[in-house]
Design a protein around this ligand. Sequence first.
Ligand code: ADP
Ligand code: MG
Length: 328
Amino acid sequence: MPAGDLELVKLTKHYGETVAVDGIDLRVPSGTYCCLLGPSGCGKSSTLRMIAGHENASDGDIILSSTNITALPPAARGTAMMFQSYALFPHLNIRDNVAFSLKMKGMSKPERYAKADQMLALVDMLARAERLPSQLSGGQQQRAALARALITNPKILLLDEPLSALDPFLRSRMRAELKRFQKELGISFIHVTHSQEEAMALADTIVVMSNARIEQAGTPREIFNAPRTEFVARFMGGHNIIADGDKKIAVRADKVRLEKLNGSKPLHQAVVNGIEYQGTIVSIGLASEQHGELSAALPEAEFYANPLSAGDVVSVSWTPADAHELAG
Ligand code: ADP
Ligand code: MG
């Protein structure tokens, strides 16, 4: 197994009667950005906390760089967890916050400050090393929290919804920075999120979880273009799920073609019931007697060349190659 590779083998977590993680198998190659994606309660945080050692595994194994770390204490695993920025010690300046774990290990002051400054330089916070957390913006606190997690030289950085407390502007900026840090450091990041947009923007591998299990793991394009199940197609969004004979198919909203009806009875017919301008595209809600709610996404220029209004009856079609069959 290459150094830095993480492998989960039949990893399981019970809390009393609750099965939070149900025997999952997963391999995260070294140096990759992996997002655990799924709705609230599906077992993402439990998985992450077991990898970190903040929670015992009920069953199964966690292997990192060919070492079984399942029973090791958190500090001996080669993992680090980035906590939310509000977990910084309020009475310590940023340098002391970042150097804290090295102080606990008994490292001398000059040595740990030198390492802390190296980490602060990496996240572009060296100029603010002497400030208290309260004297920093949300984004700066986040970067300090990142430096504090990275100072132990982890093989893997674990992040649980790290962007959820930030406003949308800061969130997308911090998202880009996380991706850059991961590339620069060359270690794996495992990032828990319930946002499919965040996962698609960041991940080399998206692991979609539902009900304590892995529904599908793959690259963002694999997951978006070829969702394996109805759950994945619905959760990723942007797909129509259609019963087609005895099969169930997914058709991406941007692959749907609409034409105003001119007499002939189409294969699929729907009524326009909502139009949302979204900038690059116009999203059109459709009600179909046969298929329920559908949606189409048309490029802005295409829509306005032939505008539709609520109440219009349209034919709905797609190229067979754009219909993707779902597993039952
Ligand atoms: P997620 O992070 O995907 O929202 P969690 O891993 O936090 O999911 O939770 C998975 C399941 O385990 C949920 O049903 C949750 O209620 C339960 N759970 C999580 N932590 C505990 C705990 N400490 N004690 C009991 N049940 C828990
Ligand atoms: Mg969680």
